[in-house]
Design a protein around this ligand. Structure first.
Ligand code: UVW
Length: 333
């Protein structure tokens, strides 16, 4: 596993890089970059536990409130009346992406690959509905995680992130932030990126939250979108990335493009990756994306002790053909 190809050496499908051929023959792999979480790496990660400090990374299920991207809030029914012996929870209308989430590979499709090889052009030749969260659930996700506290670092260098703007984090800034922290990223790591967006959101009044919930009004900082982001993340050879902002990358797509470029891309969805990197990262590169993870307490602890590495565990929902899941992730130091 120490010999992964670089981005420009990857096999190509529909003219775009795809990692599926790297993990096995077409139709044989459902884990993508999670393959990098080898037993040896799990053992090494377990040795990072020194103090027994545990940080749970799920945000409250009710946050953001209202949910973003026009998703509807769930209702919580507790069964059993005052005289009954037991209660159950029943969640009505719960969307697995309404709070902290893993985006599974089938969350986003790539139109170029779909057109080129209908049905099998992405996801490594595994049909869409067989590429579900249940595979991740059976496997479990365990390894070494490294936190890049970009929000804190941008403050320290005098360029604080603007949370109400599509403020881009340049891909190369990830490296600068890690270097400033004295942290090394290794192949097979889970990269956690804190922007500080989640803490900012919690301070916002109801009218701002209501506006952010509408896709047409949502703006947020994030990694600068485009193919360069896919290249930089792939070349880190990480197993997954988990962030505290709504979409890992900046939102909305096209916010950093010229109006002409955005219009061209929107007229030809085969080029969507030029403004929306999800379309490369998930279906083509097999890189799990985590969004709206609560990294606040972990980040405070890392800033206090100067250690930005930890054991990471995540047990996604065992939902057959599931598109996404709360991460149910723990960072342990
Ligand atoms: C995006 O894909 C941008 O967000 P979500 O994963 O919440 O749909």
């Amino acid at each position: 596993m120490g010999t992964l190809p670089n981005y420009d050496e990857l096999p190509r499908r529909a003219g775009l890089p795809a990692s599926w051929g790297v993990w096995g023959p077409d139709g044989s792999d459902v884990f993508g970059c999670l393959n990098l979480l080898t037993p040896e790496r799990v053992v090494a990660a377990a040795r990072l536990v020194q103090r027994g400090a545990v940080f749970a990374l799920n945000w409250k299920m009710r946050l953001p409130d209202p949910p973003l991207f026009d998703r509807q809030p769930f209702t919580h029914e507790v069964t059993g009346g005052p005289g009954s012996t037991s209660h159950d929870d029943v969640l009505h209308g719960w969307n697995t992406q309404s709070s902290s989430q893993w985006d599974g590979f089938r969350h986003i499709r790539n139109h170029a690959a779909m057109a080129d090889e209908p049905g099998t052009g992405h996801y490594g030749g595994v049909p869409d509905d067989e590429h579900g969260m249940h595979h991740w659930a059976r496997r479990g996700i365990v390894g070494r995680a490294v936190l890049a506290d970009v929000g804190r670092w941008r403050e320290q260098v005098g360029r604080p992130l603007q949370y109400d703007q599509p403020d881009p984090i340049e891909a190369d800034e990830l490296g600068e932030c890690l270097a400033a922290q004295g942290t090394e990223l290794h192949e097979g790591d889970v990269l956690l990126v804190r922007t500080g967006w989640l803490g900012w959101y919690e301070q916002q009044p109801a009218d701002v939250r209501t506006r952010l919930a509408q896709t047409q009004h949502l703006v947020s900082p994030g990694l600068r979108s485009g193919e360069h982001l896919a290249e930089v993340l792939w070349n880190l050879h990480i197993a997954a990335i988990g962030c505290d902002n709504p979409a890992v990358e900046v939102w909305p797509p096209g916010a950093l493009s010229t109006p002409e470029h955005e219009a061209e891309v929107r007229a030809d969805r085969r080029r969507l990756h030029e403004i929306f990197t999800h379309t490369l990262l998930l279906p083509m590169l097999g890189l799990p994306l985590g969004e709206m993870w609560d990294l606040e307490a972990l980040a405070d602890d890392c800033a206090a002790d100067g250690r930005y590495e930890c054991l990471f565990t995540s047990a996604p929902l065992h939902l057959e053909a599931g598109v996404a899941s709360p991460p149910n992730a723990l960072a342990i130091k």
